[in-house]
Design a protein around this ligand. Structure first.
Ligand SMILES: Nc1ncnc2c1ncn2[C@@H]1O[C@H](COP(=O)(O)OP(=O)(O)OP(=O)(O)O)[C@@H](O)[C@H]1O
Ligand SMILES: [Mg+2]
Length: 239
């Protein structure tokens, strides 16, 4: 197999005195959708923040596209083509849909995967219909779509999504799943953090389970689905 697009080796990170990641190693290859799952508080978001550079690892190594990015800042990480759709969505409540998307065009990355505001509005009909609406007036699903759309405007070759389906109604979850699939089909590599194990299994080519700051399992969705012991032990679910 070719070299991974993103590689984490023994990454340690935390907040002040609190160590959260105790040596996380994982690979994401170009074109893949990789899911990172695990119970609350095990360090999923901290892993994404470490990759982005919002948290600086205290140990280990992160490389992207063949270059070490362990200690670079978020602006530089994004410039190199790593996008993030954060857990909190961060839609600006007082700005319109169009203005929220335009925010993505400041800075960002000049990858060919970069989309214009109009291209995103063309693809996301539900946003296009609400182009003048303010962020505060959008539903949870619309805010999630807007947050994903903004990351596409910023430009990403690797898009990291932190629990994109959290708190959404089942019908809207399916829309987000379809959207992530489309994004991946168009050539964007995806690293997905999900609490919804069914969604992770549906979308991912490979799944990593994180527990207490380390990777405790790696496999395909089919392998994981067949392993009730692992599902129960680390995720507390049966599928
Ligand atoms: N800014 C912060 N300062 C201090 N501790 C933090 C901070 N952010 C997270 N933590 C702690 O780090 C640990 C891991 O948090 P993290 O957000 O990475 O977990 P997670 O797997 O994403 O959980 P969730 O499923 O709840 O989103 C938790 O114990 C959390 O309380
Ligand atoms: Mg989290």
């Amino acid at each position: 197999m070719s070299d991974p697009l993103l590689e984490l080796r023994d990454v340690e990170a935390g907040y002040g005195e609190t160590q959260v990641l105790e040596g996380v190693s994982l690979d994401v290859h170009a074109g893949e959708t990789v899911a990172l799952v695990g119970r609350n508080g095990v360090g999923k978001t901290t892993t994404l923040r470490s990759i982005l550079g919002a948290v600086t690892p205290t140990g280990g190594r992160i490389s992207y596209d063949g270059e070490e990015i362990t200690a670079i800042d978020p602006v530089e990480t994004v410039r190199r083509g790593v996008g993030i759709v954060p857990e909190e969505r961060r839609v600006f409540p007082g700005l319109s849909v169009e203005e929220n998307l335009r925010i993505g065009s400041y800075g960002g990355s000049d990858t060919p995967n970069r989309r214009s505001v109009d291209e995103v509005l063309d693809t996301f009909e539900n946003l296009s219909r609400r182009r003048e609406s303010r962020g505060v007036d959008l539903s949870g699903g619309e805010q999630q779509m807007l947050s994903i759309g903004r990351a596409l405007v910023a430009g990403a070759d690797l898009l990291m999504l932190d629990e994109p389906t959290e708190g959404l109604a089942p019908l809207i979850v399916e829309r987000v799943v379809d959207l992530v699939e489309e994004i991946n089909d168009e050539g964007i590599t995806v690293l997905l953090v999900e609490q919804n194990v069914a969604v992770a299994l549906e979308l991912a080519d490979r799944v990593y389970i994180l527990d207490k700051g380390t990777v405790v399992y790696e496999g395909t969705p089919a392998e994981l689905e067949a392993d009730e012991r692992i599902l129960d032990r680390y995720l507390g679910v049966s599928v």
